[in-house]
Every structure is written in C-alpha cells, then in structure tokens.
Design a protein around this ligand. Sequence first.
Ligand code: ADP
Ligand code: MG
Length: 714
Amino acid sequence: MTRIRQQNVTAAQWSSNGGALGAQDLTLPENNPFGQNVFSASVQKERLPQDVFEKLQTTLEGGEALDPSLADAVAEAMKEWALENGATHYTHMFQPLTGATAEKHDSFFEPGGEGEAIAGFSGKELIQGEPDASSFPTGGVRATFEARGYTAWDPTSPAFILENPNGALLCIPTAFASWTGEALDAKIPLLRSMDALSRSAIKALRLLGDEESQRVFTTVGPEQEYFLIDEQYFFERPDLIATGRTLFGAKPPKGHELDDHYFGSIPERVLAFMLESELEMRKLGIPVKTRHNEVAPAQYEIAPIFENSNVGSDHQQLLMQTLENVARRYGLVCLLHEKPFAGVNGSGKHNNWSMGTDTGANLLNPGETPADNIHFLFFCTAVIQAVNKHQGLLRASVANIGQDHRLGANEAPPAIISIFLGAELEKVFEAIATGLGDPNTPASFLDLGAQVLPPLPMHGGDRNRTSPFAFTGNKFEFRALGSSMSLGFPNTVLNTIAAEAIDELAGKLEAKLDGGEEMPQAVIEIVKESYLANKQICFGGDNYSEEWHQEAERRGLKNLRTTPDALPEVLADSTVQAFENYHVLSKAELESRYEVWVEQYWLRANIEAETTFSIAKTMILPAALRYLALIGESGVSAIEGEVRGLVDELVAGLGELEAANADPGLEGLEMAVHARDKQLAAMDNVREAADKLESVVADELWPLPKYEEMLFIK
Ligand code: ADP
Ligand code: MG
C-alpha cells in the first residue's frame, strides 16, 4: 500500500486537540464573552474622556466626518486597552480588491533612550497608515496615479483584538485608497453607497410624511456555507492547496441522494469545532446565531444576526478567517471555495439585505398600519425597479471563477437574475397594477384611500429556494453570492441601484404632490407604473427549469453564464451613470475593478490549468503506468485494453492542455475568454480520462485521496 492510502485510513482518528472549552455556567455574566475583545461603545465610554466620547458618538451617529483632534485621545485609550489585553502589535486591517483581508503588523513598542522599550501609538498612527500599494492589484489606477496608497481608520467599525496562543494583535478596520484618493478596496465604495442610499431614502421618507428619521442604514445578514475535510486529505491534494477545489475525483457511489446529511445531527468533531469557532467569533462581537449541516456531505452553514452593511461586511471577513483558523485546531480544513467537489453541491452565501431607519423602522417590513404599508410598497417597488434595470450588474457582482462551476447547475441560483416576491405580495402588486380585485384582496384596497389599506399579510413562510433574489417577509435575500466572497461589492451595488431607483420614484412622487395629488393615491399610481414597467423581472416558478431559461429569453432577461460574460456589466453605461451620479465609484475606479477582476479570473484559471497538468502528468499517469505493468506481469490481458485506452486518452488530453497553457499573447478580457474556452475546456478532457482511470486502477496505487474518503470520513 502506498504511503498515502495508508494514511487515508487513519485520518479520522482524531482526538480533541482544540481549546478544550469545557462547559461553563452561562448564567454568570463573566462567562458571556460576547464582544470581550472589541473596543466597543461601552469600552470607549469607560475609557475615553467624556467630551471625547460624546463627540465621537455624535459623529458616528450622524455619519459625519471625524474631527482629527479626537484621534490622539482615542488612540491613547485604545492602546491602553489593547496592552492590558495582551496586544503587542497593531494593524490597519483592510480589504484590497482581491476580496481577501490584508494586514501589516507594527509593534507598539519602540526602543527608548536607555535600552528600554516604550509603548507608543499616536492619533496619527490610528488615523492613517501607509502600506505599499504596489503589492496590491489596483487595475488602471496605479498606472495613472501614484503607486503609494494609504489606509484610513473607519471609526464606524469597531477595533478589536485578535488572539493567538503566543500573543495578541489590535486590529483597526480601515479603508484603503490611492494617494490621490481613488478607492482601492471594498470598504470605501460600500460606505459611499450607504451614504447615497441614506440620502435618497431620507428624501423619499420626507415626501412620505416621515419627519423624524435622520438616517437610513442598509443591513446585511449573511448565511455562509462551507466544507470541512480532514487536513490530512487536504495536504495530500496539490489541487486543493493551490486552487481550493479538487481538479480530479470520480463521483462517489454515495452522494447526498439519501438526504441524510441536511439538518442531520452534527458529527462530534465538527460540533467541537463549531463551538470553539463561535466562541472566538462572539469574543470579536460577531453575533453568530445559526448552525446546521448543509445538503452535501461534509458541508455546513453558519449565519450571524444581521448588522449594518459596513460592520456586517467586516464581520463576514473575520468570520471566514476564524472558520479557517479554528478548523486547524481540530485537524480539519475549512474549504470556502464555491465548488470544491465536482458533482457535489457547491457553497454559496445568502446575502439578506434590507434598509432601516435610525428610528428603528425596517423599510421593507410590511407593517400593521396603512402608513407603514405605503412606505413598504414604495421602497419595495424601488427595489424591483433597481434589480430589473441593473440585472446584469448584479450578476457581475457575484462573478468569479469558482462561481462558474456552480451558477446554473441544479443547486445554485441560475445566472439569470429574477425576483421572487411570493404569492401574497405578487397578488398585491398585480391588484394594484391591473386594478382588478382578487377574492383574497379586499376591494377597498383598490380604492386606496390610505385609511382603508389593510395590513399586508406577509410572512416568511413563503419560500422559493431556487430564486436568486427573493423577498423573505421583511428583507430581500440575494442568494447568488459565492461562499468565498466579500460582501463588499454586492452590497455596494444593491445600495447604489436602490438609491437611484428611490430617487427616481421620489422625483415622480414630488411632482404629483406638487400637482396637488393626495399622498397615498400618488404613491399607488407610481407603484403601478413602475411595477408594470419592471414586472418582467419577477418570477415565482422553478429557476432551475429549462422552461424558465426559455421564458427568460422571451422576456429579454440577461443570461450571463460565465464570469467573462458578466464582468463587462461593471462598465455598462447604466452602471457608470449610477455609480458616478451617487459618488460611489468614478469611471476610473470602476475600470480598475473591472481590470483586476478580469485578471483574477484568468490568473486563477491558469493556476488551475497548470496544476491539472502537473497532477495528471506526475501523479496520475505514473500510477496508471504502474498498474499497466502489474497487468502485464499478471498475464491477464483481458483488462489491459481498457486501461491502455484510458491512458492514451489521458496522454492525448495532456498534449492538448499543454498547448492551451502556452501563453497566447492576449490581454484583458480576451485572455479571460481564452482561459475559459481553451484552458478550462482542455482541463475537462484531462479530468474525464483521469476520473475514469480512478475507477479502474488498483486502489493501493492511486495517488490522491478519493471523494468518498474526503467527504465521508469525519
Ligand atoms: P429565517 O430564514 O429562518 O426566517 P430570519 O428571517 O430571522 O430567519 O433570518 C434569516 C437571515 O436573514 C439571518 O441571517 C438574519 O440575520 C437575516 N436578516 C433578518 N432580518 C434582516 C434584516 N432586516 N436585514 C438584513 N438581514 C436580515
Ligand atoms: Mg436563507
């Protein structure tokens, strides 16, 4: 037996080697670690001079720019708190365009005059950092502007301490920009889009009679899917190490067809991992709530409670990092790739999104009173209009190479963006649009004196798991995100396009009100007009079906199947217009993103193609040849033909792949299309031959852990 085959058998013999948390009395306040490592408002209140604390809070609540004179006092308090909690270093944490999180650590301590070390951390160091921007992708921005970049403290996302067995680190969430102010990260546009949406929504709320709200926040509650496999398998698979997904592997005899995994009882090792990772997350102030097994074997899900988009998005980055780190303490590896195993369900991320006022109202919550319902109908209509107009951009916002293996298959939402309203809400919109009653819609609803508007009987029970964008009772659930993704850009898009649509509808409302129309009646007319113009985007049926693909085509909806098809939407006229009008991203900033994402696509495709070649040539082919020799020795020639045929197929495929991997001398999108049509296609042929070989070559000669081991030994 080869070394690898033997180890595979012992993989599941784990012992609890994590933090051994034990069980604590959770009724004792000191045993509730929530936010323990966060420089939260309550810690700030305790440690900051009162006037500084109050000024800071006022600034944050109003969403205003920060008074730099506060920085020194905040930095001092933050440093003291961090040192008391064992931090020796601090970092400005930021989110470059790769979608990852970046950090550069600086020690608090500097050498003093007489050989001692002095702890220092000034307001300036808190507010601004200067990492070398040239190491991060910037698209065209770097070529046209200076190479330097800087990070700027985001006081709206609290600083926190990351623990490590050997020390601790103060992390300061920051934005990352070029020296001339172009956004080079995911956070700046998100913050700008939240501002834009707030301005539009407040303006609309005033017209709708709300005099109180001062600010509207967008909220996000993500649901994260992931796989856990034994780390031994991971390290034996060069494809998982290099690309995050298996480039080879025959389908296991058992998949999820028995439905015995979804919501099933959680294996002990996995549960131990979940408990410890959730503890770490709670210390960081991430409000984790739900956990369960997912559909595929070895697949799980975790969902925190929603927060404002900025904090929720920062927390999501931390959550992914925590899952990956804690998994290792249990001899597991957490796979966040969208499609780690071919033929097995992939992993997505559901992005629950809504808008809420600073007075506590959820604008997408149909309420108890007629006035609430008028607000709800207005904002919900704006979302429908926005999604229809920018369907291509929404698709592009969730595009990456991992998604291309997933979207459109019979598991994830399709590449066609549509909205599921649910039967009840659709009935309401149809009633308004047609003026026709329905046995279940009170006739008085149609006269629409606001006084007689009934409470809209909406509840979250109405579900359609196949829709990429579903109304779920008091929020929309954008279900097409990939599991490895940052929430930054998809939410930036949602906020920006909603801001635009809210403004358009508010403009019409204002004109009607100025013309002397009554408010509720005017809103209903606007809802009717907009819904009729945009209802093509609404679909309540099975999004996976072939009929829907045909129907969507008849309706003229976009079906952007792959990343190279979708990314040009980032530069579409309608995108540039909306993003420039609302000061979220300039055309140059959009271009830089487009360039970076196109490049990321073909770079990653190329790594996959070269890894495929190397594994097939140096691991799989030798195993097949060894087996052929074994057959030769045995003298049983009947099985030789099949194996030889597959080896020939593999060798031919390798030749093709080698040719496809040669540099074609293309650039940009053409390079991405080449990667998709030539390299990925050639990889498929190599894989097909290799996977067939896996099922005939002697098990003890096979050089890679197999799917049934990786997915089922827990
Ligand atoms: P269920 O799906 O079981 O009905 P919920 O509706 O409570 O559960 O929430 C599902 C997800 O939606 C959770 O991740 C939650 O944080 C998120 N969510 C709930 N309300 C909002 C909101 N107003 N804005 C954004 N996300 C929300
Ligand atoms: Mg969900």
